[in-house]
Write a new protein. Structure first.
Ligand code: GZL
Length: 348
């Protein structure tokens, strides 16, 4: 997207100033005369598209996955001819709420937002609904009893990702009695994706009693926290022991934390993928490379390239069509027993 159109100024300030200037000039971004729209030519339609503004509230930039997700949405908007007001919440829900309020002040056409956590969105989404601004929730989901607060959701199936991680273990340890002890490093507390992976993983393992999740801690999807957790748990003994129990498997909710963990294990002379089975989620290039090197045994894909699907939804809404309440992006599993040499570069 050209620099001049990717607005990253303090959104509230920009939006408030624009709203004041427009009200002084006797017209807002969308005045009532727009309701009697004349028939338009093709170039007018392109110009009209240019006038469509999307308010985009992104969580932050905590992982390569997130960077790719942001770029996918911005590039898809540019390709569709839409303008985006982009706000990076820097991992804070209050910043997302402020950004959504500024989008309302500016009277954007659509709000696209990725809720960092599940709870606490009803009030600001009611304000968007009262302002007749449709909302598309992307990637992570919210907890609400009122599904009129959003037009639709585009994302990935985190519960299914947890189950896929579990089924890899069921297959890998088929015919072995166990018990096998698992360390879990979870994603952001209260996020729908960490909860989905947590629940799907346990549900998938419930078919047998040979797996014990002996320790679970949140690493907030951050590489630094993955490293820190490994240091705190294994730094004293340099052995795969937690509270005296041997760790056979580590399930990490995203590649960023996994890569931090791997660094620390190798510093301690522990061979990830051999001394301990490693399962991760996302499938960024570095994790795929680690599978090829035998350092990660399984990576469950979580696809960040949601931009084109999101823009299809924006286009439908702009044409007055309804959109599906949930749209899932396809995703697969990569593991140690397959040839990944021909795999296309992941792009992030
Ligand atoms: C998953 C997404 C998660 C990724 C992490 O849908 O929300 O957030 O798995 C990212 O890498 O930080």
């Amino acid at each position: 997207m050209s620099k001049d159109r990717k607005w990253q100024l303090p959104v509230l300030l920009v939006a408030s100033v624009l709203a004041v200037l427009m009200s002084l000039s006797g017209c807002s971004r969308k005045d009532s005369s727009e309701s009697e729209k004349p028939a338009v030519s093709q170039e007018d339609e392109a110009t009209q598209k240019q006038n469509i503004v999307i308010g985009f509230s992104q969580i932050g930039a905590e992982s390569a996955w997130r960077w790719c997700n942001t770029e996918s949405i911005q590039k898809a908007a540019e390709a569709a001819g839409y303008q985006i007001i982009y706000s990076n919440a820097e991992q804070k829900q209050e910043n997302q709420i402020k950004a959504i309020r500024s989008f309302i002040v500016y009277k954007v056409d659509v709000i696209v937002f990725i809720p960092i956590v599940k709870d606490g969105w009803d009030n600001v989404l009611k304000e968007a609904r009262d302002a007749n601004i449709p909302v598309i929730i992307v990637d992570r989901m919210i907890n609400t009893s009122d599904d009129s607060l959003y037009a639709g959701y585009v994302g990935t199936d985190s519960y299914g990702e947890g189950r896929k991680a579990a089924s890899f273990l069921l297959n890998r340890y088929a015919g072995q009695d166990g018990p096998f002890n698992i360390l879990e490093i979870r994603g952001t507390e209260g996020s729908s994706v960490a909860d989905g992976r947590y629940e799907g993983f346990r549900e998938g393992l419930s078919k047998t009693s040979k797996f014990n999740i002996v320790y679970s801690e949140s690493g907030d999807f951050m590489r630094s926290r993955g490293k820190e957790i490994a240091q705190n748990l294994f730094g004293k003994t340099h052995k795969l022991l937690v509270n005296g129990q041997k760790i056979d498997i580590i399930f990490s909710h995203n590649d960023a934390m996994t890569l931090g963990l791997l660094e620390t294990l190798e510093e301690y002379g522990i061979k990830p993928g051999k001394d301990v089975v490693i399962i991760s989620v996302d499938a960024e290039q570095a994790a795929i490379d680690a599978v090829k090197e035998g350092k990660i045994n399984c990576v469950v894909e979580c696809n960040p390239k949601q931009g084109p699907t999101v823009m299809e939804m924006v286009n439908s809404i702009m044409n007055g069509w309804s959109i599906p309440k949930s749209t899932y992006i396809p995703e697969v599993v990569f593991h140690e027993h397959e040839d990944l040499s021909q795999l296309q570069p992941r792009g992030y």
